[in-house]
Write a protein that binds this ligand. Sequence first.
Ligand code: HEC
Length: 269
Amino acid sequence: MTPSSLIAPLSLGVVGVYLFVTAPPPLPDGSEASSTFPVETVLTMLAHENDVARTLYTKEIVGQAKPRGVEFREDWREPDVYAGPLPALFLRASAERVARSEHPLGLFLGSDMPIESSNRFDARQMEVFAEVRASREPRFFVDERTGLHTAMFPDFAGAPACVSCHNEHPDSPKTDWELGDVMGATTWTWPDATVPTDTALQLVATLRGAFAATYQEFLDDVTPLAGSPVVGAEWPRNAHALPDAGVFMGRVAETSSAESLALLLGGDR
Ligand code: HEC
């Protein structure tokens, strides 16, 4: 799938954004404010895209494929393991792809009490995460050491499985998570205070492209199995089928594009 097809549903609206920003009242000399978005707006939009993809993957893919015998495991990438990634690992694999892109966008799911030690927040992130946990709201800050604009979005224990799996995991430093707890935060970084409009769109395409590639990697891993679900356009009519990457990403785009556009249009410009 090409990046342009991934943003197609958004680009229609972007024409609207573009018209909107190219016919504004005259700006002060030298001002470029109309062609950029505040980094907070763009990271909020990307966090929403991520929420949509993760929820769809968790509910529609893991939820449907597991009862049909497809496993979802931590070691899903081992050559002799035919399994899909747990949702946190779907995010990690996609974040690695984003890191290899041309854009200096950082993304990880961190915590103060992580199963995987590399997901532990550093001292500065830990301070801000305490505020996220107390307020249950996102926080934006500039990390003085790195100069990176950073956004943290709370990750809630929204289902009993979050709590039981983490509490029972042998590597979990905390064994009394409860439903509704803020278990961590999806943490995003970007070097500048603003993001040009075209870059903002490329970031959506990059993120969606990373999800599509991770989803395809999952399909390639599980579909050689005998008796595994068929992949194709029958989904979701046939609950035995899994969507192919195009159909999966089509659903992500369908679910997230309106909100992404609303965030951009309503952004504090
Ligand atoms: C079947 C087990 C399982 C379930 C269910 C699960 N997780 Fe996790 N989660 C893990 C594992 C394993 C990791 C470590 C992944 C890695 O290696 O990065 C992880 C990582 C995380 C992290 C990053 C910090 C850390 O612990 O490494 C957060 C935050 C998190 N999960 C929250 C959730 C939430 C919220 C839910 C429910 C919506 C959930 N998890 C459901 C197993 C699970």
